[in-house]
Design a protein. Structure first.
Length: 312
């Protein structure tokens, strides 16, 4: 049962400014802003929504197929995927472009200044859902605008159920666009901020939006998540993490848990709890792909936190 993950592949370059932005950015001088920050601490992480979701799904024993477009600099990431045993069959190189890049500078108050270069993501429509074989479930995550729209249509044409995960790509779409995505999708997942934006853009309540899909999942950070399904609101708790280190990629880890549970026909309670557990484990590690629990450890953690057992 292959899961087709349409979305971004990216490098995250994270730099730490060992001071406070507010001491160096003068509000009365914003019209002539010209600042430089010395960042003695820097690291480069593998990221992108598709990459992070696939990584977490592979930890669970799922079968992710990434569908994405990448640039000339993708070599190190390609070697990583090969080492992890994650297929690159549907990752398309776009000559003379960069892989998506996020440049994040963080200060001592955890404020962030981020610049994102989409690069090859702007050519995501070159990939076609029909190119992938044996797919029984899909997800449309943040990517190039045209690619997201076309991949949703292609999942419908192929009769493949899919999750619509607009994420940070939501500002690219009008309310009408978003309603069309929701009409096409089988499931929708957003965080609490995105849920408010979705309601503002569409003019519909979450209950109204949930009526168009089999499930609408809203994550609430440390407060858990709510799954709107079968006319009910199912509250999902969040296990207390070992540490709160870095939220980057927590939503992607959660989505991998959703995809795994949906593929196996689990109840929404069990699916949501696995998803929540994955996010809780991820937040205790820096970057989106540096946590390495085994399936046995995940099953033990699930039993410890929720008092019931699952088999991965």
């Amino acid at each position: 049962m292959n899961t087709l993950i349409c979305g971004s592949m990216a490098y995250d370059t994270i730099m730490v400014f060992h001071d406070h932005f507010k001491k160096h950015i003068l509000p009365e001088q914003l019209h002539i802003l010209n600042v430089a920050f010395l960042v003695p601490t820097m690291r480069r992480e593998y990221g992108g929504c598709a990459g992070n979701i696939a990584y977490n799904l592979s930890l669970l024993g799922g079968h992710p197929l990434i569908m994405a477009t990448v640039g000339d600099d993708f070599g190190p990431y390609a070697k990583r995927l090969e080492k992890l045993g994650i297929s690159r069959q549907h990752i398309r190189p776009v000559p003379d472009s960069f892989t998506g890049q996020a440049f994040i500078t963080t200060d001592l108050d955890d404020n962030q200044i981020t610049a994102f270069h989409p690069g090859a993501m702007g050519f995501s429509e070159q990939n076609k859902v029909s190119d992938a074989q044996g797919v029984t479930l899909g997800i449309v995550s943040p990517d190039g605008r045209t690619g997201m729209m076309e991949h949703a249509e292609q999942f419908v044409e192929a009769g493949i159920p899919f999750v619509f995960d607009p994420g940070q790509g939501m500002p690219m779409f009008s309310g009408e666009d978003l309603l069309r995505f929701i009409d096409q999708a089988t499931y929708v997942t957003v965080n609490d901020y995105e849920a408010k934006l979705l309601q503002d853009k569409t003019g519909k309540t979450l209950e109204e939006l949930a009526a168009s899909v089999q499930a609408l999942i809203v994550t609430l950070g440390g407060d858990g998540s709510i799954i709107y399904a079968d006319g009910k609101q199912i509250a999902i708790p969040t296990p207390k993490p070992e540490a709160v280190v870095d939220p980057t990629g927590c939503g992607d880890a959660y989505r991998a848990g959703l995809l795994y549970g949906i593929q196996r026909g689990w109840s929404w309670e069990a699916t949501g709890r696995l998803a929540s557990l994955m996010g809780s484990i991820k937040i205790a590690h820096r970057g989106g792909q540096n946590h390495t629990p085994t399936r046995a450890e995940l099953m033990d953690a699930y039993r410890k936190h929720f008092g019931s057992s699952i088999t991965l």
